[in-house]
Design a protein around this ligand. Structure first.
Ligand SMILES: [Mg+2]
Length: 219
């Protein structure tokens, strides 16, 4: 695996979830069948409970946000909102984030799944409680992931320049939106992700593991 240099002015890593920190196969092969099989029974058993009402409310809100977006975004949104059991995380993710943090960089999550759902995923992951790895979370309340304005909003909220952010995602159209805002990007190739075109491969930094990203003098 070739090492890829992270631009020296990088102060913040911004991470997508599905296809980046977390396997899409987990979502498609485990989570979806589980949801299909259990959702109706779960909802009818818990419909009157406050927590269930809140989840359904959250889901409605998410769907409203994502209806204008791609099927991928809707899927990701459903999945993360409905995630009530152990979130999977690729094995290279946690060690790399710890290394970046030791180097003084900040790490944020940006997903179509709600902030609450993101916290469930990383709070109850197969690698344990991981929320202390992150400086904050963004969802589509800040804007859609395919719109460059969202990345400007994120930079403003973090209090840095877009050029100081490095965004990791599996989707080229999200990478493009981030790049249009001045954010540096790397596209993450994982098993089961949407394949990149030849042009996308040559245009973006492409990694198959977070370990490939090498810091040099970043503060
Ligand atoms: Mg993704």
């Amino acid at each position: 695996m070739a090492a890829i240099a992270v631009p020296e002015n990088t102060r913040v890593f911004l991470l997508d979830i599905e296809g980046t920190t977390t396997p899409i196969t987990f979502v498609k092969e485990i989570l979806f069948p589980f949801i299909r099989e259990n959702l109706e029974e779960y909802l009818s058993a818990h419909w009157e409970e406050d927590e269930c009402k809140q989840d359904v409310h959250l889901l409605k809100k998410q769907v409203k946000h994502t209806l204008l977006l791609s099927l991928d975004a809707v899927t990701e949104s459903y999945v993360v909102v409905l995630l009530w059991f152990c979130g999977r995380v690729y094995p290279d993710v946690v060690p790399a984030i710890r290394c970046w943090r030791r180097g003084g960089l900040k790490v944020f999550i940006y997903s179509s799944g709600s902030v609450e759902a993101q916290k469930l995923l990383f709070g109850y992951s197969v690698e344990g409680h991981l929320l202390d790895l992150f400086d904050g979370h963004f969802d589509t309340n800040i804007g859609a992931k395919v719109e460059s304005k969202s990345y400007e909003n994120i930079a403003e909220r973090i209090g840095c320049q877009p050029e100081e952010i490095m965004f990791l995602t599996d989707l080229a159209r999200e990478a493009k939106a981030a790049e249009d805002a001045g954010v540096n990007v790397a596209v993450v190739v994982r098993p089961g992700n949407t394949e990149l075109t030849g042009e996308e491969r040559s245009r973006y930094r492409v990694i198959t593991s977070f370990n490939q990203l090498k810091l040099s003098g970043n503060v």
